[in-house]
Ligand binder design. Sequence first.
Ligand SMILES: O=P(O)(O)OC[C@H]1O[C@](O)(CO)[C@@H](O)[C@@H]1O
Length: 555
Amino acid sequence: MSQSVLNITAAFQALQAHHAALQGQTMRDLFAADPARFERFSLNAAGLFLDYSKNKASTETMSQLFALARERQLESRRDAMFSGEKINTTEKRAVLHTALRAPATLALTVDGQQVSTDVHAVLARIQTFSAALRSGEWLGYSGQPLTDIVNIGIGGSDLGPKMVCQALQPFQHARLNMHFVSNVDGRDLDAVLSRIDPRTSLFVIASKTFTTNETMMNARAARNWFLQNAQGAQESDLRKHFVAVSTNVQAVSAFGIDPANMFPFWDWVGGRYSVWSSIGLSVALAIGFEQFSEFLAGAHAMDQHFHSAPLEQNMPVILAMLGVWYRNFFGSSSISIAPYLQDLEHFPSYLQQLEMESNGKRVSHDGSTLTVATCPVIWGNVGTNGQHAYFQLLHQGTDITPVDFIAALKPNYTASHELPGHQATLLANCFAQSEAFMRGKTADEVRTEMQAKGVPEADIAALLPHRTFPGDRPSNTILMQALTPATLGALIALYEHKVFVQGVIWDVNSFDQWGVELGKVLATQILGELTGAAEAQEHDSSTTGLIAKARAALL
Ligand SMILES: O=P(O)(O)OC[C@H]1O[C@](O)(CO)[C@@H](O)[C@@H]1O
């Protein structure tokens, strides 16, 4: 698995030389030199359109980036993932989220198990359960149909279903209200419990391991709340109001949930790649199984594209390699995600886990320390809100931060609401921002504009540096006709494969997450000290001081 050190590979060094030779060349120059740049640097795949023309990349840059991808054996690594090889080497697991959205005909075996048979058997159970709940056939203990679904999970067991339910809210069943509780801060659960009725609520306890502290604490509290507040309910009524989604049948039974009410998945599904598995149960409940199948089909279409398109016309590969270009050759330490879609409000935080938990690593597969930078910080917010908050920094700050703009051409308004003008204004803002990042505004342009307005020369001289935009700031624009289950599925899969490609380039294991372990262990230890259940341990003076303050308040 070990590969040669990235910064001394031939393709990497060629890119370094290419980058040095480009000094002084701007995107304005690239557009001026090639009237067909938009056509040349854009493509369609799986219902998505990617315009990557506003990047500091020429045809030569792209071909060198593809050479780097080939040098890192991207194609065979990709095929290894799709075929179920155990590419998550530190956990000795296959990585098969793509199998969760493949047709039933997929012939693939992992550890002697027919993957597709298992996947489609669970999908059939999700279909039956979601149909019964949505139709009102599944009744609570008091005989009423359920109205409120509370998904209790954290990380991938929360961010995926929460983001997707929010994004596809226009497709949601009118009777159902979706709630997501993740934080161990009791205010999160408290806020939901205070507005639901135990007689008409379903709790979906979502945890791959069923041992995650935050989730188990919230799940136990929800169970107690139910038994205390559901008047006339018996313990045996819990089965009408609690279901589990997990890989750990023993822990689910020990918690008191009947395995008949458990929707399983498998260790070859990583938490941050799990929305396609039973972790998507809340999504299927909200939008119905048919739409959930569309969501899976959209992702599958992107899988097929990623698996078969040549690198030069491969959307995830292009997105990934441009990311590598900025991270490793321009030193960009973050990427901003700007969905011009209110319904994608949670998409940036979803991508934070997907990208940073996957590729936020500092050692290669063989454990040696990497000599190049890996995953940048991912952050962002919906446009146009971001424009009025941090876009100032993106336009005129000292760092160059690439931006991914995401927009739908058609809105998903509720039919009864006419909002003429909103969509055109939204798109105008999106396109204006990418143009402004690319073009900037030179001092000459600013001077001419101010002179035409009759501004005195002294004021022009004073304001010129402040009103000049350096420009030459890169962005991608991803468009879809409308945000539907299928286009959302394709969009998520696009970023999943982008993360995979970058992991291959940097030679990191994108599918483990050892970096979250130390904090978990220390929190358990400190909890004992805070509650008085454990002896005080040796800490640094800061931690000791903080513990003392909390003990004084809590005990
Ligand atoms: O689904 P689980 O097992 O509760 O884990 C939740 C999350 O915790 C992590 O293991 C670490 O934060 C994530 O990878 C995962 O999505």
